[in-house]
Design a protein around this ligand. Structure first.
Ligand code: BG6
Ligand code: MG
Length: 224
């Protein structure tokens, strides 16, 4: 069992943890679903979190049993259209869109010389970090196009530990998605779930919202 003093660094998911962008992914996909006459459900709302762009599209098409009705080319075109809309939405982000409590938390980690990396499935992550003016906190950002498998596989969080130059067991991963918590656990890191505890029950530590996350609380969960 790890003690807080063993911790070397933190691997952050981005969408829904640092940035209020999960709503934009949802909005952009809902528009596509509506055009395809596929009903939007709570299962889709939480299911698209953490998984990559094409997997999200497949989840949506499969929910209506229509995946086979589309050619690869048509699927690529749908995913591109979603991303074009999504990029319009994230173009409006400002430093005020860092989720509540998170800038303070980043400052706390920095003051305590704990290094940080980004473990996001999103190819738009570097752009969002720039818009939020928080790029400089991180020693590196995992490039999701360079890892073999997306979340829930361990690859993205394993790569985030490498960027931190830390043994995975000394890394704390923060996530708002079930796929992301599975990825952290599979990478043998310590998982922190932010959001609905029912959906994130596999996390080692849970917080109801980003505003609840402080270094003192993380420390108290790990020291006993
Ligand atoms: C994750 C989101 O962070 O990034 C997913 O939770 C999204 O919903 C994934 O599909 C990929 O993002 P992008 O920006 O590369 O389409
Ligand atoms: Mg997320």
């Amino acid at each position: 069992m790890k003690h807080f003093d063993d911790i070397k660094g933190f691997a952050f998911d981005l969408d829904g943890v640092l940035a209020d962008t999960a709503k934009f992914h949802s909005q952009a996909w809902q528009q596509i679903a509506e055009e395809l006459k596929i009903p939007w459900t709570p299962e889709l709302e939480s299911g698209i979190k953490g998984i990559d762009r094409m997997s999200s599209l497949m989840l949506i098409l499969n929910s209506a049993g229509v995946a086979d009705n589309y050619t690869e080319e048509q699927k690529e075109a749908l995913a591109k259209r979603k991303n074009d809309h999504y990029q319009e939405l994230i173009g409006t982000l400002t430093p005020d869109d860092v989720l509540p409590g998170m800038r303070k938390f980043l400052d706390e980690l920095k003051a305590n010389h704990l290094s940080m990396s980004i473990a996001s499935a999103s190819k738009n992550a570097p752009f969002i970090l720039e818009k939020l003016a928080i790029s400089d906190y991180f020693v590196g950002v995992v490039d999701p196009s360079k890892v073999k498998e997306g979340k829930p596989a361990p690859d993205i969080f394993a790569e985030a530990a490498k960027i931190l130059n830390a043994d995975p067991t000394t890394v704390i991963g923060l996530e708002d998605s079930a796929a992301g918590i599975a990825s952290i656990n599979a990478a043998d890191e310590i998982s922190v779930g932010i959001g609905d505890k029912g959906l994130l029950h596999e996390a080692k530590i849970n917080f109801p919202s980003t505003a609840d996350v402080t270094l003192a609380k993380v420390r108290s969960h790990l020291n006993w």
